[in-house]
Design a protein around this ligand. Structure first.
Ligand code: SAM
Length: 310
């Protein structure tokens, strides 16, 4: 028997992606909303009446989740959401406990091997796959962690990462902040980084990332830990962070302190409206904007720390 908890909120349709990201960062294992009305290009997918401006979104959590704190953080998040999506971007509707929901395995149907960038393929651990010789295959079993490579924010990181390894010198020490399944850090290890550290506030994510490192045969080069960023020692020549814009802003000095002069920083998880703001925050902290990608509602940034390459 499987037991879950859920929170249901009402939100503007254009804020669904941002809220999904928010709930994922708070430990949600998946979301449900009225997808029927989102066809290609955001048009209604079938000849039903046009969509209401608002939709209900239900986020599912493991049984152990503390929904009081998730609800409190959701309410605190609303003013930030309003900055991007206008007044009243969401309302809390209900929290629930669910038994035997049977949802757990269903998402797997949508996770298929997919090519990202020129040579990275992300595939689920349960799908057989025959790669071509030049492909770098990242095998992921997400368990209860974020990072299957199906989200735009992860894909843009992987594209920047691949480009970083196409240049010279190639990154040797990589730090993956908010590693989730370990997808980015493991990709860095497979692309050739001799040392990669993935950190996450979520111990479940760290466990999953460690298991994925073993599955990919990179456990000697990729380590996952719950070490807070402020306690990470040493400097890295490439740092990746796919977390929300507000968290990126909070972490800028701690990130700057751990990046070699001239080192590369890949930031993602940024709602497009906040792309310029995050770029300016980092420029003020001693970074230079070196690249930008946009996909759907999301922005990813490539920054260089000022100073000569060590
Ligand atoms: C959007 S997921 C990214 C997962 C994966 N790196 C990817 O790109 O698909 C964000 C992750 O960051 C973690 N996280 C959030 N805030 C963090 C922080 N301050 N320090 C470390 N990890 C954090 C969350 O637990 C979550 O696993």
């Amino acid at each position: 028997m499987t037991r879950w908890k859920s929170i249901t909120v009402e939100t503007r349709r254009e804020a669904v992606d941002a809220l999904s990201h928010f709930f994922t960062e708070h430990g949600s294992l998946g979301m449900a909303y009225d997808e029927r009305l989102f066809g290609t290009e955001g048009d209604p997918a079938d000849p039903l009446p046009p969509p209401d401006e608002v939709t209900k979104l239900t986020a599912y959590f493991p049984w152990e989740a503390d929904l009081h704190s998730v609800k409190r953080d959701f309410l605190d998040f609303l003013p930030l959401l309003a900055e991007s999506f206008g007044a009243e971007p969401g309302t809390f509707l209900s929290a629930a406990e669910i038994t035997d929901f049977g949802w757990a395995e269903k998402w797997k149907e949508n996770f298929k091997p997919s090519r990202i960038g020129k040579r990275i393929t992300v595939k689920p651990s349960w799908e057989p796959y025959s790669p071509s010789p030049e492909e770098v295959v990242v095998t992921i079993d997400p368990g209860q962690a974020f990072g299957t490579g199906t989200h735009e924010t992860t894909q843009m990181c992987l594209q920047f990462l691949e480009e970083a390894f196409d240049g010279t010198p190639t990154p040797r020490r990589v730090l993956d902040v908010g590693t989730g399944t370990g997808i980015l850090g493991i990709a860095a290890a497979l692309l050739g980084a001799p040392l990669t550290l993935g950190i996450d506030v979520d111990p479940l994510g760290v466990e999953v990332a460690g298991e994925n490192a073993r599955v990919n045969g990179v456990e000697d080069r990729f380590h996952a830990a719950t070490t807070p960023l402020s306690c990470v020692e040493g400097r890295y020549d490439l740092i990746l962070a796919n977390v929300l814009a507000e968290i990126l802003s909070d972490l800028k000095q701690e990130i700057a302190d751990r990046l070699e002069p001239g080192g590369k920083l890949i930031l993602s998880g940024i709602i497009s409206e906040k792309g310029d703001w995050v770029a300016k925050e980092y420029e003020a902290a001693g970074f230079r904007l070196a690249g930008r990608k946009e996909d759907g509602q999301w922005t990813a940034l490539l920054l260089r720390r000022e100073g000569d390459v060590a």
